[in-house]
Design a protein around this ligand. Structure first.
Ligand code: ATP
Length: 359
């Protein structure tokens, strides 16, 4: 069993900067956890603490039930894949994959068995005799993964492994990592700032901001029930609309006095008058008023026809607040039109105006 326990973990760098401000997360055996967040939020720092490449200022990291705070990286039974694959240029693919096993003193026959098994999984057999410079970027990345697989570690740690690849290759490698995970089922922690990668690879994702975990949940939980305006705005493209509003007995009132009834959407009755932020994803606005909640009148400022979708930039007629909608490509909309949007039931998000937590 190889659960990873992160308990009350903090990191203060020399100089006093607190990069991780107390994070708790239990990663299950075989689970794929993606750490996601903007630049500087502390994702690499947290991963490097699990790897043993950074000291832990407070709290505990455990792997397979054993506290590893004081163990060297080589004794933690982990394998790491970085964005710069760090292959040895003068060695063949075979030797690059075998190297870590050789220095551990493994027998030649066992090394050969493990390297060939990994090469089969990653379809690297034809390249075992080549050197890294004779490979494409994607093949090199596969060798880097092969080097991690042959170790048969308890835990894989990935630090933005695809960020040096072009868009097409990234997509291919993403699918390969997904397949690999299905096949090997090894507990994995994966750092990225790419939300598509996070959504497609993660069993659960940790959305980080300023050294804290704003939310830990499945991709669907994070998308459908974001814990804060930060998470709501970070996940989803185009980003969620945020409208200033005030709670009323029947729903909310937007700027300019426009009322949006929220039947059964929230348990907020009794808190009338409270200042809130109404969150609506662009894809949850519809022109079919019978199918949705409310009637939000807007004036269209710009239409972007993307083929499959049409993105409409508009402003509320009552307040002038901006609103973005993603409609089907078949929608007939033009600049200057007045439209009436309704919100998809179950997709209304309310946040506290102060602090931005979900209500
Ligand atoms: P990115 O996506 O840009 O790689 P990240 O989320 O991985 O960002 P980290 O590299 O973990 O961020 O850094 C978190 C914070 O800690 C940043 O503000 C960074 O400047 C700071 N930091 C990182 N390493 C050190 C260090 N050795 N000394 C002091 N501060 C550091």
């Amino acid at each position: 069993m190889a659960e990873v326990g992160i308990r009350g973990v903090r990191k203060t760098y020399a100089g006093g900067f607190e990069a991780i401000k107390g994070i708790d997360c239990a990663v299950g055996d075989g689970e794929f956890l993606v750490m996601l967040g903007p630049s500087g939020c502390g994702k690499s720092t947290l991963l490097r603490m699990v790897a043993g490449l950074e000291t832990i200022s407070a709290g505990e990291v455990s792997i397979g039930g054993r506290v590893v705070n004081d163990l060297e990286p080589k004794d933690r039974d982990i394998a790491m894949v970085f964005q710069n694959y760090a292959l040895y240029p003068h060695m063949t693919v075979y030797d690059n994959m075998a190297y870590g096993l050789k220095i551990r003193g493994m027998s030649k026959s066992e090394i050969e068995e493990r390297v060939h098994k990994a090469a089969d999984i990653l379809e690297l057999r034809p390249f075992l005799g080549r050197r890294p410079r004779q490979l494409s970027g994607g093949q090199r990345q596969r060798v880097a993964m092969g080097r991690a697989i042959v170790r048969e570690p308890k835990v894989f740690l990935f630090d933005e492994p695809l960020s040096n690849l072009d868009a097409k290759l990234r997509t291919q490698m993403r699918v390969e990592i997904n397949r690999l995970q299905d096949r090997l089922g090894i507990t994995s922690l994966y750092v990225t700032h790419d939300q598509v990668e996070a959504m497609t690879l993660a069993d659960r994702m940790m959305v980080m901001n300023g050294g804290v975990a704003e939310q830990i949940g499945t991709p669907m939980e994070v998308y459908h029930r974001p814990a804060s305006t930060f998470v709501a705005g970070f996940i989803g493209s185009p980003a969620m609309n945020f409208l200033p509003a005030r709670l009323t007995a029947a729903g909310v009132e937007l700027n300019g006095g426009h009322a949006v009834p929220l039947p059964g959407e929230t348990g907020m009755s009794g808190a009338a008058g409270r200042e809130v932020t109404l969150g609506i994803r662009p894809e949850h606005l519809t022109l079919e008023s019978g199918r949705g909640i409310g009637d939000i009148a807007v004036r269209v400022e710009l239409v972007e026809a993307l083929g499959a979708d049409t993105v409409v930039h508009a402003r509320l007629t009552s307040s002038g607040d901006p609103l973005l909608a993603r409609l089907p490509g078949s929608a007939r909309v033009a600049t200057g039109d007045t439209l009436h949007f309704a919100i998809t039931p179950g997709e209304v998000h309310l946040f506290d105006r102060q602090g931005g937590r979900r209500l």
